[in-house]
Design a binder for this molecule. Sequence first.
Ligand code: ADP
Ligand code: ZN
Length: 537
Amino acid sequence: VLASASPSSAVPSHILHEVFGYAAFRGQQADIVDHVTAGGDALVLMPTGGGKSLCYQVPAIARHRAGQGVALVVSPLIALMHDQVGALEEAGVHASFLNSSLTGEDAMRIEREMMSGRLVMLYAAPERIATPRFLAQLDSLYERGLLSLFAIDEAHCVSQWGHDFREDYLSLDVLHERYPNVPRIALTATADELTRADMIERLQLQDARVFISSFDRPNIRYAIVEKDNARTQLLRFIGDEHEGDAGIVYCQSRKKVDETADWLVSEGLNALPYHAGLDASVRKRNQDRFLREDGIVMVATVAFGMGIDKPDVRFVAHLDLPKNIEGYYQETGRGGRDGAPADAWMTYGLADVVNQRRMIDESPAGEEFKRGQRAKLDALLALAEAHDCRRVRLLDYFGEASSPCGNCDNCLSPPATWDATEASRKALSCIYRFHQNNGQRFGAGHLIDVLRGKVTDKVTQYRHEGLSTFGIGADLSETQWRAVLRQLIALGHVRTEGEWNTLELTASARDVLRGEVQLLLRVPSETKGRSKGSRGA
Ligand code: ADP
Ligand code: ZN
């Protein structure tokens, strides 16, 4: 029964029409499918929504129809496995998954289907692959020529440099070592150069053909604004530009999701919350409404979005800073999948920088891993502080050269900059003077008061009006000082420590103090210092 189908039914374009009902392959899909169907290895870098699934599904069907047996698809996302297998079965393709959600009986039944070679595709979680039992089954299939293809989805999980490292992916090199003749296709939406090199090495894809699709999403307009009053800014953004549109608002914590959703509702918007702390039934109901109804604003943590394929999301807003550029790109990428204009809008402030740095510092991870995370955060902060084209920077991060896009905030209204070198030196000197005073440390609020020469209780208590740096920064507003500090922390010249986020100089602060580093800052769009300090610019 295995190879009974007529030869034409195994032709990729035929499968695309007949099984999936699509008229044509998109972008590089055709090349990838041909290469893999013919038995070649491939590394596919394609942005979210680009159509990665067909790149292994069509070859799997083609090779099955040519009598080559079962394709193994490794995926870390159980929800995604579910959806894909459901869709394939509906299209008449015999597919299944093996993961921890199954009963023993179901698992046995699926294994039988696999061993008979009748199954076209088997989805499995990475932790299953390297188990002796599963390898013995693969051995048997291999010996009978019934192992047609390995597809490794979310392949960046194999890299410590990726944002989503999974230990279990490391054992996937066994596939190549044990079954050298089976073609492999590894796919990911997010890989900077370091991660890419790591994937090739760890998955032994040195001989694989690499397919890189452009990561550009030209219809998405990127904007990053300084945080002033984030809620009000959000409401104004939605009211001015997206009344009645579907959108996603990302927040970092569950609590903030709940509060923000409540608040938007009280302001008359059609908003729903989504995070892992909600009942599964509530999550499902909210997600279904978001997908089916028009104009719902989903307020969510990053738990929302994986595998959500809603084409007409008109905006993605971030009230908190994502962890890194991969996260930012993936989350904003959920807007405008239909190709019509969409906004990626983020508010960003000093507290975001401090929080993200602290989360890394306090995580139980090893030092090397933390260093990687810090480097990734720095790249995101540089994007947030940029005064040139956001898209150029974003694409550059993914290894793609481009020119100013004309469709980001910085291109559309180039921000004015001011030379903050002198101001930075003043701030650093003041932190240094605090240290000299019995090694005392203070947070940003107090530092700014001292710089601006404000006599507060705390100033009096510590006799800081006597410091040589007291009042040397009266020419700048509080907002400007916050921007200076944010940049100093973002650039790593100042660190924050402990529960009170006290400020501390790092080794590189010395270069700034010596005047060896020039700092150019954006002029804040809305200056709302609490006092009437003049704008030094
Ligand atoms: P990715 O995994 O890269 O994020 P998917 O494989 O989920 O992307 O595909 C995204 C969407 O595009 C899906 O709805 C899919 O059905 C659709 N799609 C993919 N390829 C094609 C094509 N050649 N023609 C039409 N629609 C396609
Ligand atoms: Zn631009």
